[in-house]
Design a protein around this ligand. Structure first.
Ligand SMILES: NC(=O)c1ccc[n+]([C@@H]2O[C@H](COP(=O)([O-])OP(=O)(O)OC[C@H]3O[C@@H](n4cnc5c(N)ncnc54)[C@H](OP(=O)(O)O)[C@@H]3O)[C@@H](O)[C@H]2O)c1
Length: 307
């Protein structure tokens, strides 16, 4: 199949692109940086600028499925300017794709868009599934709801829409795990806050496979993209330390210190989302990494092998 990916140059996009090319799919991708354009057999880059509504419409030629991952990073300091970029980059990207498709003849019949588990209100006790109607009203919750709204509009063009609410992506190539592991490697690692907050994680390989599964099975609707066995921050921190063979010497970092250090962004590390993976499993998806120990073992073995 020919697939168009936005955000293909990011953490998730790179893993997904590699998987699609390995399977023999053809990949077009949209990037905001001219320098990231490559043209190879079955792998072609096109430039766009969602803010300025500029796009090379040749990117849609022969494409049946769009996978949308584009968006400014949530891991940069949340100044009021960057908060605008976090929201607007996601909405502008989808709106530009929508506008472009409504102006041309095309073969796109499926949009699979990234979303995030930050849409669920922070809770230590509730287990969230996709039918949840009580959604979060904090900054991330608002962003995700607007993001999902913008992707749902493609149904007006008779394009099937699926949204994957992604949890904390664990990868050997950066992202959240690298940030969590850094202090542990330097002997200043510690549980964050009470350590009781749930962290619903997913191994990047499983996430790439899940995007493919949703695409292959032409699934529509919302799916949580998290492994079936979430852990709390204390267990995650301990498991990373064990894998790295480092002791945890310091007491937990108090909530107020994290809030002072990170500002509103502390929401990312202190928020608690216990999220169910049942729905995607009922659609026949099988996780390769269902338990945190096995996932981290794979990631750190791979890192060691690369050195
Ligand atoms: N990683 C996680 O733990 C996680 C968890 C939940 C949800 N998600 C969501 O899943 C998606 C992919 O995650 P990721 O970790 O791969 O993100 P990432 O590494 O930050 O990559 C996102 C990509 O989006 C593009 N981008 C950045 N700013 C943009 C802008 N202003 N306008 C249009 N495109 C822009 C960039 O591609 P170009 O430079 O090529 O344009 C970048 O490579 C993101 O939307 C993220 O919010 C990720």
């Amino acid at each position: 199949m020919k697939v168009l990916i936005t955000g293909a140059t990011g953490l998730v996009g790179k893993a997904l692109t590699a998987k699609l090319l390995e399977r023999g799919d053809e990949v077009n991708y949209l990037t905001t940086s001219k320098s990231k354009v490559e043209n190879q057999k079955n792998f072609n880059g096109f430039v766009w600028n969602p803010k300025r509504e500029e796009i090379d419409k040749a990117c849609f030629d022969g494409v049946e499925c769009i996978i949308n991952l584009a968006g400014a990073s949530v891991a940069e300091r949340w100044t009021s300017e960057h908060k605008k970029a976090i929201l607007n980059s996601r909405i502008d990207s989808l709106n530009l794709l929508y506008k472009s498709l409504s102006e041309i003849n095309h073969e796109v019949n499926h949009l699979v868009s990234a979303s995030a588990i930050g849409v669920y209100p922070s809770s230590l006790t509730r287990l969230y599934d996709e039918a949840e109607t009580d959604l979060s009203h904090d900054f991330l919750g608002h962003v995700v709801q607007e993001w999902e709204k913008a992707s749902s509009q493609f149904e007006n063009l008779n394009i099937n829409v699926a949204q994957l609410r992604i949890g904390v992506v664990l990868s050997a190539d950066g992202g959240a795990l690298e940030q969590m592991a850094k202090p542990i490697k330097n002997y200043v690692g510690a549980t964050l806050g009470s350590g009781q907050q749930w962290q619903s994680w997913i191994h990047i390989k499983d996430l790439a496979s899940m995007f493919c599964h949703v695409m292959d099975e032409a699934l529509t609707g919302v799916y949580n993209a998290v492994a079936p066995n979430p852990v709390n921050n204390k267990k995650l921190t301990k498991t990373i330390a064990k894998q790295l063979n480092k002791p945890l010497l310091l007491p937990p970092v108090p909530k107020f210190a994290l809030k002072l250090l990170l500002g509103e962004m502390a929401q990312i590390v202190l928020g608690s989302q216990l999220v169910s993976a049942d729905k995607i499993q009922q659609e026949g998806f099988v996780f390769e990494y269902a338990h945190i120990e096995k996932a981290l073992e794979d990631i750190y073995n791979k890192k060691a092998a690369k050195k």
